[in-house]
Design a protein around this ligand. Structure first.
Ligand code: BDR
Ligand code: CA
Length: 331
């Protein structure tokens, strides 16, 4: 194995059905080592997100530190979680759950990120797939964080694809736009995996059924049940998704970018987030480097990020399937 592998990752998440898919992809992939799971509000309350992270790890027989993070946006008022998308419990309204004895790491998510980055400088990739309040708080605790982390890969935002909570805003950015703008301007190597690519990856429920049949296990069965619920929401919104009874694999693509960046076409540019007004939550990409705009906010101090603009969705689908069909769960 290459000396840079496996990728050491902290997974910042609001599970969430596609967050669960992403977590299980990461646990099943031989080149990814999940060092910790930091949770945030978003798809569910932060308490439920932490409960779900512990639950998903317990189902998969894995002991990974889980922390509870921010409960609300940094500046704007919080909103009720979208129970109609992920279920009131975030995992498609599971009818029953097994008992879990593992408990939370007592640190806040932000403190955990800072501690881990200080302990292993330059080693850790932060994969963030929820609203960005934990990263924003971690930056305030440790301003050197951009030099202590290896990179940040986040699922959120959109450039050309219409938004999913407003005509221009994607949910994770909408949920905490001030935190997101801080994250995009912090100066770490950052890749945005947004709706421009995640709306290309449609995963049919039959894939999850096949995974659950291939390896009969509580973890694969729970994922299948949760995705079946989640697919009903996407089917109600998108005809082509309804046609295959499927869903978008949003958060999974952040991990697929980590292990297979060659499957993506990217563009470099400065990114800012509209924090207020009608465009709140919009991720604005400055696509022409040569233009010196007269408006404030686009000077050279704004770092350059990488944005995923296109993806080979069928290769991603195959990689997802092949990874989840590995022998990754205890008997
Ligand atoms: C993002 O919002 C959440 O609903 C999903 O988990 C994903 O992170 C997609 O816009
Ligand atoms: Ca998410």
């Amino acid at each position: 194995m290459s000396p840079t592998l496996p990728h050491k990752v902290i997974f910042d998440t609001d599970p969430g059905v596609d967050d669960a898919m992403a977590l299980y992809f990461a646990l099943a992939h031989p080149d990814i080592e999940v060092l910790g799971i930091t949770t945030t509000f978003g798809n569910v309350t932060v308490q439920q997100a932490a409960t779900n992270a512990l639950y998903l790890c317990a189902l998969a027989g894995r002991q990974i530190p889980v922390t509870q993070g921010v409960a609300r946006p940094w500046v704007k008022a919080g909103e009720a979680p979208p129970a109609y998308i992920h279920g009131a419990d975030g995992l498609g309204n599971l009818l029953q759950r097994i008992a879990v004895t593992d408990t939370l790491d007592p640190r806040s998510s932000a403190q955990f990120i800072v501690d881990m980055a200080r302990a292993q400088p330059g080693q850790i990739t932060l994969v963030a797939v929820g609203p960005l309040g934990n990263l924003s708080l971690a930056l305030r605790l440790e301003p050197e964080l951009p030099r202590l982390l290896k990179q940040v890969i986040l699922m959120g935002g959109t450039v050309l694809e219409p938004g999913n909570v407003s005509p221009v805003a994607e949910a994770n950015i909408w949920n905490d736009p001030h935190a997101a703008d801080q994250v995009f301007t912090a100066g770490w190597p950052l890749t945005m995996v947004g709706l421009d690519v995640t709306h290309r990856l449609v995963l049919p429920v039959t894939m999850f059924q096949q995974i659950a049949t291939h390896q009969r296990h509580r973890a694969t069965d729970t994922l299948h049940t949760a995705v079946d619920f989640y697919a009903h929401f996407y089917g109600s919104r998108f005809e082509h998704v309804a046609a295959v009874h499927g869903c978008f694999g949003h958060d999974v693509l952040a991990f697929i970018y980590l292990v297979a960046p060659h499957l993506f076409q990217t563009q470099a540019g400065q990114i800012r987030v509209a924090t207020d007004g009608l465009a709140q939550g919009q991720t604005i990409l400055k696509r022409q480097a040569g233009i010196d705009y007269p408006q404030a906010g686009w000077d050279a101090a704004v770092p350059t990020s990488t944005v995923c603009m296109a993806v080979d969705a069928s290769e991603c689908s195959e990689l997802f399937m092949a990874t989840l069909l590995r022998d990754w769960l205890p008997a």
